[in-house]
Design a protein around this ligand. Sequence first.
Ligand SMILES: O=C(CO)COP(=O)(O)O
Length: 249
Amino acid sequence: MRSKIVAGNWKMNKNLAETEALLSELSAKLPNTEAEVMVAPTFVNLTGAISNLEGSTIEVIAQNMHFAKSGAYTGEISAGMLVNIGIDTVIIGHSERRAYFGETDEILEKKVTAALENNLKVMFCFGEELEDRKSGNHFNVVKSQLKNALFSLNKSAWGNIILAYEPVWAIGTGETASPEQAQEMHAFIRKTITEAYDATVAENVSILYGGSVKPGNAVEIFSKPDVDGGLIGGASLVADDFVAIIKAI
Ligand SMILES: O=C(CO)COP(=O)(O)O
């Protein structure tokens, strides 16, 4: 059975004091929920966040990692380093990493492999650009993103994969995929995984939707059968909004 997940990707926002304040507010307001709740603060605030959340059900996850074990990669963080401070899950493939930091499918495949070798769960992000959707090429783009980075994995590795479909045109723009567009793509993703593996793998993987999810649209998006939760950017930085989105599951 796949899990419901609501994750907040805080991107490059909040210093340590702000991180702790937001987490304390979130903890105090956290509703009873069947969803797994995750937050991804910046690297420098991961340890502080873990301490702040001791005893809480909120999981602290990382936004990125490097594929190498260690070495001369100035400014980078390895999977082993994340595990060492108590991280269990890492986001890989966010469209901002692809767009601003040149992360290709090939690099992402290496990152996924390194994460899994270190027993990290991977929240793998992917999604088409506006031109792809306009030209009707969005299904092909999504299929090739999945194939290039993930389809060399063994079937058993899929137990440690969470997918986050984030159409680039909906990220931070206020423009959301309609619930129907999200459902259509999520069903396509499951079909693609069934073809590459089998129906059991496809049915058991959680597929989150990300891109301008807000308290006002979350209920409708989450009500779709193939949408298992959300990866939330801007709205996860405001405790009341994030809590409202968690309640929408
Ligand atoms: O990129 C996102 C989450 O990873 C989505 O960001 P917004 O919710 O701000 O559109």
